[in-house]
Design a protein around this ligand. Structure first.
Ligand SMILES: NC(=O)C1=CN([C@@H]2O[C@H](COP(=O)(O)OP(=O)(O)OC[C@H]3O[C@@H](n4cnc5c(N)ncnc54)[C@H](OP(=O)(O)O)[C@@H]3O)[C@@H](O)[C@H]2O)[C@@H](O)CC1
Ligand SMILES: Nc1ncnc2c1ncn2[C@@H]1O[C@H](COP(=O)(O)OP(=O)(O)O)[C@@H](O)[C@H]1O
Ligand SMILES: [K+]
Length: 462
C-alpha cells in the first residue's frame, strides 16, 4: 500500500492493455490477482484492529480479489465472512473462489459486519448498479463502522467518475487502487466517494502521460541570486485593483524577486509591490519573466486592448486569468511563441472551449492542444494539462471556495513561471501545489489575504 503522489492514472481500457502486456511478458491474471488480494488483506488487517470483516464479492476479477483477500485474512486468523452477488465467471475468479473454504452468504440478505470490504465491481463495470445491489450496499455500508473499497467503490465508472448512490451517501474510508489509479480516483463525484486513496502496486508497467501531481522541485536562491534572477512578475491592474494586489502579494510570497503592478491608482498593498503606470514600452522590459493579466482587469474596451496588445507583442510568458479569459479568443494564442498559461474555473473553461469529449482530464488536454497553451482547470480537483501531459492536484481544500483565491493562484503561478528557465508546465504545477499547501496552512475560514500570506510558510517548507 503506497502513497499516490506522482502515480500514473489509467483509464479502464489502458489498465486492461497494461495488464495484457504484463501477461504477455510472463505474468498471469492469477498471479496479479494473488498480489492484489494479499495486498488488500494486509492493508485491511492493518487498519481494522481485529474487527470482523464482511467481504462482498462480484462475478468478475474484482470479486476474485475479494476471495483471495478472504482466504489470506482467514489464514492469518482474522475474523472474516464472505457474501456474493452470484457465482464467479472468470477463470481467475473461479480459481480464487475455490481457495475459499468458508460459507458464502447471498449479498441481498447478508448480515452486516463492522468492516465492509467491497469487492463487487471494479474497472469491469458495464452499466449502473441494479437497485437491489445499490440497496444491499447501502444497507451493509450504513451498518459498518468502516468501508474499504477494492479498486473502486462498486458502481463507480472508472473513466467518467460517476458514483453510485450508496457510496455518495456513505463514502469509503479507504479505497485501494489496484495496479494504477483510474480517473475516478481523482475526479468528483467519485473521488469524494473513495475517501483516502492508496495504491497497491502490482508491478505492472504503466504509461505516465497522466499522473497525480508530485511535490515540485522548487528553485532556491543562492549567493549569486538577485531580485531579477528570482523572477520578475508584471501584473496588469484594472477595474478592481484589490484582485491584482492579491495576485501581487501571492507572487512575492511564493518566491518572485520583484513584482510590479502596471496601471491602476498606484497605491495600496505592501510596500514591496512596485507601482507603475500602464505603458506598453514598460511592459516590454526584458527583465520581466512573466506577465499576469486578468485578476480584477474589468471587461471594457481598455481591458480588451491591453490583453490584445500583450498577446500580439509576444514578448513574454503570460498568465491569463479571470476577466481576461472572458475577452480571449483561445485560437489566437496558437500564433504566439512565448508560453501561455490559462487558469479558468469550470464556467470560464466552458465559455472558452465548450465541452470537448471525454472526462475532465481529456477535456483539459484537448483544450490545451487546441490553443497551444497550458490549461489550469480549477476546481475541487485542479487539472494542469498541456497537449501531451496531464497532472491532477488532489490536495486542494474546500475552504478555498472563497472570493479572491483564484487571484492568489494566478499570482503564485506567475511567480513560478517568471523564474528564468522555468519549464512552463512544471511552473503551473508548482503554483497549484503551493496554493493548496498554503490553504492547509491557513486553516479554516481564511480569507484570500490570509491565503496569500500563508504562501511564505508554504514556500519555506517546499
Ligand atoms: N488490472 C489489473 O491488472 C488487475 C485487475 N484486477 C481486478 O480486476 C478488476 C476488473 O475485473 P473484471 O474486468 O473482471 O471486472 P469486474 O469489475 O470484476 O466486473 C465485471 C463483472 O461484473 C459484471 N458487471 C458489470 N457491471 C455490472 C452491473 N452494473 N451489475 C451487475 N454485474 C455487472 C460483468 O458482467 P457482464 O457485464 O458481462 O454482465 C462481469 O461479470 C479490477 O477492478 C481489479 O479489481 C486484479 O484481480 C488483478 C490485476
Ligand atoms: N470546493 C473546493 N475544493 C477545493 N478547491 C476549491 C474549491 N472551490 C474552489 N477551490 C479553489 O479555489 C480557487 C477559486 O478560484 P476562482 O474560482 O477563480 O475564484 P475567484 O475568482 O473568486 O478568485 C481555485 O484555485 C479552486 O481550485
Ligand atoms: K469494488
Amino acid at each position: 500500500m503506497i502513497a499516490i503522489d506522482g502515480q500514473p492514472i489509467l483509464t479502464a481500457a489502458q489498465m486492461r492493455a497494461a495488464e495484457d502486456a504484463a501477461i504477455a511478458a510472463g505474468s498471469s491474471v492469477t498471479a496479479l490477482m494473488q498480489r492484489a488480494g494479499e495486498g488488500i488483506a494486509a492493508a485491511t488487517r492493518r487498519l481494522v484492529a481485529g474487527a470482523e470483516v464482511l467481504i462482498v464479492c462480484g462475478p468478475g476479477n474484482n470479486g476474485g480479489d475479494g476471495y483471495v483477500a478472504a482466504t489470506a485474512l482467514a489464514g492469518l486468523g482474522h475474523p472474516v465472512r464472505v457474501a456474493a452477488s452470484g457465482p464467479p465467471k472468470t477463470d481467475a475468479a473461479i480459481a480464487a473462489r475455490a481457495g475459499w473454504t468458508g460459507p458464502i452468504e447471498a449479498l441481498t440478505d447478508a448480515t452486516p459486519a463492522p468492516i465492509l470490504l467491497d469487492c463487487l465491481f471494479g474497472t469491469g463495470l458495464t452499466r449502473p448498479l441494479a437497485p437491489e445491489i445499490d440497496a444491499a450496499l447501502a444497507r451493509l455500508s450504513h451498518a459498518a463502522r468502516l468501508v474499504i473499497a477494492a479498486d473502486l467503490p462498486s458502481g463507480t465508472n472508472a473513466d467518467t467518475a460517476e458514483a453510485p448512490d450508496w457510496a455518495k451517501a456513505r463514502p469509503a474510508a479507504l479505497t485501494l487502487a489496484l495496479g494504477a489509479l483510474k480517473p475516478a480516483h481523482g475526479l468528483h463525484p467519485a473521488a469524494a466517494a473513495c475517501g483516502t486513496i492508496r495504491l497497491i502496486d502490482l508491478g505492472i508497467d504503466r504509461p505516465d502521460a497522466v499522473t497525480v501531481a508530485a511535490r515540485p522541485a522548487l528553485p532556491q536562491p543562492g549567493p549569486a541570486s538577485h531580485k531579477y534572477t528570482r523572477g520578475m512578475v508584471a501584473i496588469v491592474a484594472g477595474a478592481m485593483e484589490g484582485a491584482a494586489r492579491l495576485a501581487a502579494v501571492a507572487a512575492l510570497r511564493s518566491g518572485a524577486g520583484y513584482v510590479a503592478l502596471y496601471g491602476g491608482s498606484g497605491q495600496g498593498g505592501p510596500d514591496a509591490i512596485v507601482h507603475r503606470p500602464y505603458e506598453p514600452e514598460a511592459l516590454a522590459d526584458e527583465r520581466i519573466g512573466a506577465i499576469l493579466i486578468g485578476p480584477g482587469l474589468g471587461r471594457d474596451d481598455e481591458a480588451r486592448a491591453h490583453l490584445q496588445a500583450l498577446i500580439e507583442a509576444d514578448t513574454h510568458r503570460l498568465v491569463i486569468d479571470g476577466d481576461a479569459l472572458h475577452l480571449l479568443d483561445p485560437d489566437a494564442l496558437r500564433r504566439r511563441h512565448n508560453p501561455v498559461v490559462l487558469t479558468p474555473h469550470a464556467g470560464e473553461f466552458h465559455a472558452l472551449f465548450g465541452t470537448p469529449d471525454g472526462s475532465l482530464l481529456d477535456r483539459a488536454r484537448t483544450a490545451a492542444a487546441r490553443a497551444g497553451v497550458i490549461v489550469v482547470l480549477k476546481g475541487p480537483t485542479t487539472i494542469v494539462a498541456d497537449a501531451a501531459r496531464v497532472r491532477i492536484h488532489l490536495a486542494g481544500n474546500p475552504w478555498l471556495s472563497t472570493a479572491g483565491t483564484g487571484d492568489v493562484l494566478a499570482g503564485t503561478i506567475a511567480a513560478q513561471l517568471a523564474h528564468p528557465h522555468a519549464d512552463p508546465m512544471a511552473a503551473a504545477d508548482a503554483g497549484v501545489w503551493l496554493h493548496a499547501r498554503a490553504a492547509w496552512i491557513a486553516g479554516k475560514s481564511f480569507i484570500a489575504d490570509d491565503l496569500a500570506n500563508a504562501l511564505t510558510p508554504a514556500r519555506a517548507g517546499a
